[in-house]
Ligand binder design. Structure first.
Ligand code: AN0
Ligand code: CP
Length: 320
């Protein structure tokens, strides 16, 4: 594997899940694979889980790891070609990428949507420059449109906790004070569409996800109806994807607190597990009661980020 961006990059999901469970049983099984190989993790945005779990994954495989927080100590980077660089940006991405690539074997990049241009975000302008100009395998640690390491960990978690062969999984939008990217829901719908689950998406009108990710997934605008009989509730806020009205891209269209996941919502489910990628704002997205209940999976879900990252790095090392 040279790129990890979409669910298809993993190939057969059953095989990938078996690999994940093999690694979960013995996370040091492939500790010789990464000897003298270096992973460079580049962060344009904050992170707790991705930063730690991906470093841990690299260490599990015996790799060396370098972490760069671009906004803390590196030069401010220009990303547009043709710009007269007379402002505050000292270096161009077109030099920075090959330089960074020269010090490592595999590159992970976190670069969120900027919401300045839907076209630039959805064309993955930044990540595609890393793919094109680094000459190295690149994995996405949440890009403008996707967060595959998260969705892979989510799938592993659902597989571990499911009580029926084909569980009902519901992705629900929930309110948040600030505009958040669509990367987590985009990937989640893409991965759930590929998995063997009964999948429903629920959100207020105007929050329709991009068709390239949501495909033919069942969308139910009545949140309570969507929750009925659910085995897993996956909550996430996202800003307007701009599918029906491009001018609304990246806007907060609703802060409707009736969408907050509380015990009344959970009561209509099939004693569903609660999931969220974290970080989460309590009593906006989910109430204290629901996130603290024994059915809350947020901690094991985050722990599985180490497993998903170990599988991905292992596959990339094997393809070097
Ligand atoms: C980010 C997001 O919603 O995409 C990262 C989630 C993993 N969340 C925030 O910025 C709060
Ligand atoms: N879920 C997740 O990616 O968390 P971080 O933003 O803390 O990495």
């Amino acid at each position: 594997m040279r790129i990890f961006q979409n669910v298809q990059d993993l190939g057969d999901l059953r095989t990938a899940l078996n690999e994940a469970f093999e690694i979960k049983k013995d996370r040091f099984k492939y500790q010789d694979l990464g000897r003298n190989k270096t992973a460079l993790l580049i962060f344009f945005n904050n992170s707790l889980r991705t930063r730690l779990s991906t470093q841990k994954a690299a260490l599990n495989l015996g790799m060396n790891v370098i972490v760069l927080d671009v906004n803390q100590g590196a030069w401010k980077l220009e990303t547009e070609r043709g710009v007269v660089m007379d402002g505050d940006k000292s270096e161009h991405l077109l030099e920075a990428i090959p330089v960074m690539a020269s010090y490592c074997d595999i590159i992970g990049v976190r670069s969120f949507a900027t919401f300045e241009s839907r076209k630039d975000d959805y064309e993955e302008k930044i990540l595609n420059q890393f793919i094109r100009y680094s000459g190295k395998p690149v994995f996405f640690m949440e890009s403008a449109t996707v967060h595959p390491l998260q969705s892979f960990a989510d799938l592993i978690t659902i597989e571990e906790y499911k009580r029926t062969e084909r569980p009902k999984v519901v992705l629900t939008w929930a309110p948040h004070p600030k505009a958040l990217p669509q990367a987590v829901p985009n990937s989640f719908v893409q991965w759930m569409n590929a998995a063997d689950v009964d999948f429903v998406v629920t959100h207020p009108e105007g929050y329709e996800l991009d068709p390239q990710f949501v495909g033919n997934a069942h969308v139910e605008y009545d949140q309570m109806k969507a929750f009925e009989g659910a085995d897993f509730i996956y909550a996430k806020n996202w800003s307007c994807p701009g599918v029906t009205r491009p001018e609304d891209y990246g806007k907060v269209l609703s802060k409707d607190m009736s969408w907050t996941v509380d015990t009344a919502h959970m009561a209509v489910t099939n004693n569903a597990y609660f999931m969220h990628c974290l970080p989460v704002r309590r009593n906006m997205i989910v109430t204290d009661d629901v996130i603290e209940a024994p059915t809350s999976l947020v901690i094991p879900e985050a722990a599985n980020r180490e497993i998903s990252a170990t599988v991905v790095l292992k596959r990339m090392l094997q393809a070097l």
